[in-house]
Design a protein around this ligand. Structure first.
Ligand code: CMP
Ligand code: CMP
Length: 252
């Protein structure tokens, strides 16, 4: 399970699973209609659904994404007491699990909102994420996994394979790199709250280009490779452009 449900403890998750109701939809049926009132959040068991949104009245809808098994949708209306923000239509026959507002409010909402509130403040400090829309930002919050490391920990080791992207939530860290074989490593970048690293290995499918070391105890927020591609894929050009700063940093 994903998204909102990430913030639940195991015990709460069991309660949620008991409260789910099975719903079947045929290919072509509309599950959620933009503008309607919403009382249910859905989790996809089997099948695929398309999500589209009319951004300006009168405009044709814009395709946003396809939901697959394990993903959930319809959380916004429940989290923010707002009309449905998009339309979701079954692309194939689907089996969905539905959770109603009351169960959602009792079990999921607090945990999900707490997690969003906690991380949104940090994410708003990340320059990279300034252009991202609030929906995507919420999705990123849901997917983040916190990690705490002691001062001196090598968070990333140059030349290792990489599967994680990091945002620094608290503390100080620095990147250190062997720029020429045989030479000692040099400090090439410094991080404080809102800084990010570990994107290059994921973007380029290459080994880690530098080491990153915790200078103080650090609180980190991480995204695994799949979440990174899914959520930050649209920022790839920006990430590439930002990485040009590494070169300048070395020349300084
Ligand atoms: P909700 O507004 O309850 O119903 C429509 C759902 O579409 C919404 O919750 C989200 O789960 C999903 N959705 C996916 N992409 C977007 C988007 N860009 N903006 C708004 N809703 C989205
Ligand atoms: P990645 O290669 O995945 O892991 C090491 C990270 O260090 C890298 O991504 C960048 O985020 C970061 N970094 C900081 N400065 C540099 C630099 N000069 N060269 C390469 N990577 C750097």
């Amino acid at each position: 399970t994903r998204a909102c449900f990430n913030s639940l403890e195991d015990k709460e998750l069991t309660t949620v699973i008991d409260a789910f109701e099975e719903k079947k939809y045929k290919a072509g049926e509309v599950v959620i209609k933009q503008g309607d009132e919403g009382d249910v959040i859905y989790l996809v068991d089997t099948g695929e659904l398309d999500c589209e949104k009319v951004f300006k009245a009168g405009d044709p809808p814009t395709y946003l994404k396809t939901y697959k098994p394990g993903e959930s949708f319809g959380e916004l209306a429940l989290l923010y007491n707002a009309p449905r923000a998009a339309t979701i239509k079954a692309k194939t026959d689907c089996l969905l699990w539905a959770l109603d507002r009351q169960c959602f409010n009792n079990i999921v909402k607090d945990a999900a909102m707490k997690k969003r509130e906690k991380y949104e403040a940090t994410l708003k400090k990340v320059e990279l994420l300034q252009t991202i829309d609030p929906y995507e930002l919420g999705q990123i919050c849901d997917a983040l996994k916190p990690e705490k490391v002691a001062a001196g920990t090598k968070i990333i080791k140059q030349n290792d394979q990489g599967d994680k992207f990091y945002i620094l939530d608290e503390g100080k860290a620095y990147a250190s790199k062997v720029t020429e074989p045989g030479k000692p490593e040099e400090r090439v970048f410094e991080y404080s709250k809102g800084g990010y690293f570990g994107e290059l290995a994921l973007l380029k499918n290459e080994p880690r280009a530098a080491s990153v070391i915790a200078e103080t105890e650090c609180k980190l927020l991480t995204l695994d490779r799949m979440a990174f591609k899914r959520l930050l894929g649209p920022l790839e050009n920006l990430l590439q452009r930002n990485s040009e700063a590494y070169v300048k940093y070395i020349k300084k």
